[in-house]
Design a protein around this ligand. Sequence first.
Ligand code: GTP
Ligand code: MG
Length: 342
Amino acid sequence: MKKNQVVMEDIELENGEDIEKDVVEMMPTKGKKPSTITDLPGVGAATAEKLAAAGFDNLMSIAVSSLGQLVEASGVSEAVARKMIQTARDALDMGFESGEEVLKRRERVQKIKTGSKAIDAMLGGGFETGAITECFGEFGSGKTQIGHLLATRAQLDDPEAIVVYIDTENTFRPERIRELAEGVKLDPEKVLRNIQVAKAYNSDHQMLLAEKIEELIKKQNMKVRVIIVDSLTAHFRAEFIGRGTLADRQQKINKHMHSLMKLADTYNILVYVTNQVMAKPDMFFGDPTQAIGGHIVAHASTFRIYLRKGKKGSRVAKLIDSPNLPESEACFMVTKEGLIDF
Ligand code: GTP
Ligand code: MG
């Protein structure tokens, strides 16, 4: 009894965190190399369930998670989360890949053509899968039209392709899809059947919808090839007003962009997002507009296209950011059938 007390006092000299660290260090790794989440130290059935509900359902998702995300999702302590991440990383082959392997992965990239040769050339052949393309520009510049066009044309060389359309401004028009489908001789009814439309009522709803897409793919076996978010920033812009809320807004947009990026990357999906511009009254030269969402959206997008109205009803698209293509411009018109060169 006395002996025990001494031991207790010894421990109390350390702070709680240190003790926890020791306990976690001693946690057994459950036998052989982990292959599922429940093989990780500290993960019982209840924790596994919480993790799954937050989208952590395989070792890779744990291995690439941040400490904070994991703690928030599972309710375990930081020390346990750290151990989980470390064990998942050890269990997976997480090293480098050779340039050859990257090239092989690039080979699965498909390109969706727009009908305008100029735009396709500007994009090196069309809108790419496995990437996020952002279009920003003033009202009526053609952002929504391109969204409808991609939703339709995704089904040109893959009739089974599913399109997810997250509509935040209530501008999705099935009639327009029908017209565009007829323009490329696709069955309009079939095209419409393959488009899953969800209206997002606020920014949280929008983020949740994006997170639910993985379920469509995994649980309902949908072959999602294109995701459209039109508009990416409208709700955020309307809900977060004033300077003080900017950090919160950017953090949420960042999280949203990351879940879209993960989908694009994991499932080789073409993600198309639209973005408004705001006036920059202090700008005297050049274009006095600026995209909403700032650097966060800009960095997370693989390709960025600036759209503006041109002469005689034409539209001008300018590729301003791309990992492998030069800056260039394309002039086009929106017609009944789709887009044509101007
Ligand atoms: P905001 O969402 O208001 O910021 O604009 P946006 O950039 O999404 O513009 P949108 O794509 O909706 O419209 C661009 C232009 O396409 C319009 O100004 C029209 O000239 C044209 N357009 C829109 N709908 C149709 C249509 O059904 N048929 C044809 N032929 N042209 C259309
Ligand atoms: Mg629009």
